[in-house]
Design a protein around this ligand. Sequence first.
Ligand code: MGD
Ligand code: MGD
Ligand code: SF4
Ligand code: SF4
Ligand code: MO
Length: 886
Amino acid sequence: MVQLTINGVPHRFPAGTRLLDALQAAGTDVPHLCHDERLKPSGACRMCVVEVDGEPRPVASCTVQIQDGMTVFTHTPALEALRRTNLQLIAQHYPLQAVWAEPKRPFHQLLAKYGVSPGGELYSDVFRDDSHPYIGVAMDRCIQCYRCVRICEEVQGQFVWEALGRSENTRVAPGKGDTLLSGGCVSCGACVDTCPTGALFDKRVLAAPTSWTRTTCVYCGVGCQMEVGCVDRRLMAVRPVDSPVNRGHLCVKGRYAFDFNHAPDRITTPMIRRDGQWQEVTWDEALCFTATRLQAIIDRYGPDAIGVLGSARATNEENYLAQKLARMVIGTNNVDCCARVCHTPSAKALKTMLGTGAATNSFDDIEVAKAFLLCGVNPTENHPIVGARIKQRVLQGAKLVVVDPRRTELAALADVHLAVRPGFNIPLFNAMAATLIEEDLVDRSFLAERVTEFDDFAVFVADYAPERVADSCGVAAEAIRAAARLYAAGQPSMCFHGLGVTEHMQGTEGVMALINLALLTGNLGKAGAGINPLRGQNNVQGAAQMGCDPVSLTGAQSIKEAGPHFEAVWGARLPVNRGLDLLEMMDAAKAGQLKAIWAFGYDVYLSLAHAADTAAALSPLDLVIVQDLFLNQTAAAFGTVFLPAASFFEKDGTFMNSDRRVQRIRTVLPLPGEARPDWWIIQAVAGYLGKPQGFSFGEPEAIWDEIRQLWPAGAGLSYARLEGESLNWPCPDESHPGTPILHRDRFAVGKTAALARIAFIPTPEQVNDDYPLLLTTGRTLPHFNAGTMSYRTPNAELRPTDTLDMAPSDAAAYGLADGDTVRVRSRYGEALLPVRVTEAMQAGQLFTSFHRPDLFVNRLTSSVRDRMVHAPEFKVTAVRLEKTGG
Ligand SMILES: Nc1nc2c(c(=O)[nH]1)N[C@H]1C(S)=C(S)[C@@H](COP(=O)(O)OP(=O)(O)OC[C@H]3O[C@@H](n4cnc5c(=O)[nH]c(N)nc54)[C@H](O)[C@@H]3O)O[C@H]1N2
Ligand SMILES: Nc1nc2c(c(=O)[nH]1)N[C@H]1C(S)=C(S)[C@@H](COP(=O)(O)OP(=O)(O)OC[C@H]3O[C@@H](n4cnc5c(=O)[nH]c(N)nc54)[C@H](O)[C@@H]3O)O[C@H]1N2
Ligand code: SF4
Ligand code: SF4
Ligand SMILES: [Mo]
């Protein structure tokens, strides 16, 4: 601690504290304009000046650290006069009406405090842009604090704003385009958040919120913390919170894409389909109908004729209840969730090789890592806050290897970009392993202490030398070697992977091949390292972890080992039959063995591969229960009964993010119409099935407390603790600090982990003369999965449609240009898509997202599945292009 005297009063602060922070903590009212805690200090506005004993002139307190024995005066008449003069200068060209209109803006408050009147001699040559759907620009209010310039650079990494011109003529404007969007803006809203005057403002915020409630973003698995502002119980604004995950930053979805909640076609009344027509009914009718039909199926065909699908969008508590209902009330292990289609391969690989099926490290390790290996993952679009953090680290000098067929934003920034041919991860990762061994880049002491099977592995992997596999992988052998060298030299090196690894016939094995690389280089069990799947939705990690999985119970515990404990707590016997996973359920439905499916918060029809096949499975079902916010494609085509769910704005509970944190969501809005939280609906169905025991919780916290009783690694995560702390599980008791880094001294499987010999098996989905192009599918920044939410917001203006991305050479060969509609035909179906020509694509390869239900991209994808856990091969489809008339 360091001693500091402020205005004659002694204080103590930790060494290294910034003087301005100390002054604020001591309760002094030192003003500032250019400062923001998220930014490096700039000292430009000179409002935070103070007198420091021994300094000849006043110093900007945002730029200095406290020293032991420092004596500081903050409000001498000379300082106050200096501040007033500074303000007068700054306000010389400032519009007076702005101050009247919005007296609460920080700059306007300062003017009022110091009695300074704006000069009102406005500049006429300021930047103007009214084209952004969210961000308003009123640059006559720009006071050149450069906070927008700096936050766009230092936090988001987009470099949109620039200070153009010199001295008096300096104007802040986008440097690379005429509008924000053409200048590279990704609509994160950070510049708006930091602007102290309203020169940048949220266009759609028409009135200042009267209440703010903290909650967790509902979109991706990053799990950003945010505050939701309401006026008259209507959503008005969202602002970021300084949490360990997002550090005061959000992306365009979390920050702006919330209008779906008030969408006119939100369904808020239960419905039953009779004679092909949806009819609104009461909850009593809907629940009675649902329970009677379920019971009839159980009586006639047995409980295993029913499948329950949990939701990666709903809370932990709700998913826990869903699998409890499947197992205890219906009596089947047929329960799964959409983790099946994205990262069940990661969970399986990590669990098999290391013992815990989750990311090994925490996002906080990003700032520690010296090198990154990103495989089949596109964080600047799909996990934008993680993407921005990685980008900053790379801009500061960390090395970056990207393995992705497309030149993504981070690939363009990479030291080595391996544009692997879709489907060839295994030989490529094996070739990296072979290089590590051949060039002696392995961590010998880590291998000696913690890794087995090295000798056999070395012999096996020698067959995959880069020079042997490079051609088929579509990359240069020397580039593979360079990638291996960078990864080995990083120390620590952090690996993130995504669906480009998992959604393949050898998806699980792809992740295993990556784990090999971490084992060989000792990049496990320490800060800044690890194998980290970037999980998909807000609570996909939680949905599976809660037991929406046919072969494991809550906490990923095996039925065999943990079963007796669950039976004791639940007071019921667990079903004995092995459960079907989602894909097996589809097979069983097609074969007439499965009769009913209950899907909540999951648009199965739209999102599963090979839609014709999905339709063949869903259409013969006797009962399709859909529980959602909207009449999604599954409901529209096959639904028998629709149960209207509350959104995350309308309920309490917890989500589990990608780095194993459990975080609260809180009720912001009242329930619309008859919509009810998923946990309420599930309990009501249990009651109507005559088994209310164990389903009479009054609120989510009580459900969570039962979960903690059954899940040892989550036992310490009480709601009370979650109020004040951000904890990563395992957290076995209430005094445990949580576990940001797994496998520190030993692996969860034991002291050592074994290298896995993964032989490459090509997918049967191959190009030929009829289907000469390789289509891969994925995501784009503004839209989310089934599009039900993001397309009901102005994000639809940011990106109106999915596009078929292709290389310029292919476009030329097919005579196609941007915006042309083309028919894409695969062996399984066809879709019409607008073309987008981009240098990011390799010749012979195509990419599209699958966000627009009407374009229905999964009509194209194949039935190939991961060999181990059945995730569909969304990433490889052979197609051909056919010109359309229009
Ligand atoms: N904006 C936005 N964010 C999202 C979502 C969204 O829909 N929109 N969805 C969420 C969900 S559910 C998930 S699971 C995550 C997914 O996040 P990511 O894992 O990043 O998802 P994708 O975009 O599907 O695929 C990632 C990359 O894999 C590449 N790829 C394709 N084939 C191969 C291959 O054979 N090898 C390699 N190495 N790479 C390949 C693609 O070019 C793509 O850039 O995102 C979450 N976040
Ligand atoms: N071609 C192709 N297809 C893919 C993929 C790909 O890469 N390529 N990726 C796959 C992946 S990884 C995934 S995760 C799936 C995603 O597919 P889905 O899981 O179907 O998509 P989502 O949009 O995440 O949301 C599902 C539904 O949840 C609803 N919802 C939101 N909040 C709540 C809530 O609180 N309660 C309830 N009951 N409902 C709610 C939404 O309205 C939406 O209809 O798509 C898969 N499909
Ligand atoms: S919204 Fe984000 S990306 Fe766009 S200009 Fe502002 S800070 Fe930069
Ligand atoms: S990064 Fe993910 S969690 Fe964070 S604001 Fe964006 S969508 Fe939400
Ligand atoms: Mo996903």
